[in-house]
Design a protein around this ligand. Sequence first.
Ligand SMILES: [Zn+2]
Length: 160
Amino acid sequence: MTWASHILVGASVAKIFGLNYILTTLGAILPDLIEMFPKRMTHRGISHSVAISLVALVLLWKTPLRDAWIGVVLGHLLPDALTMTGVPILDEKSRRLTLFGGKLRTASPGEFVVTGIIAFIAFFILGSFSVDAERRNWAELQHKSLIDKREYYENRFRFW
Ligand SMILES: [Zn+2]
């Protein structure tokens, strides 16, 4: 997918789950950013590894960097899995995963329709209901210094 789509999906994920916008959208472009530096790195190779990203997400779950890795997984790997190239399970030699048959072409009208629908749901449909009321509450308590940052990080994913 294009960077514009990853940024849009990343921002939508941040909105839906009440995450940090900068970290989540940065995470959503990180796999393509990493690819730009070592010249020999294969496109959508190890930088797009589903296994490595999921392990990193688990390892970083209790740190403030978690939002960035949620961005990597939901804002980058998941949308890339909708395209024909898909994403590798481990590295460029391993099997590739695609979702819904990997029908999207990068930069095609279909890509922008799908990302547009995701953003519309995140910002207009969910944004106008109070489904994330409890999560906002934790953010507000932290903002008012009633709870500390650690408590906020621990509780904001408690949906029930
Ligand atoms: Zn990519």
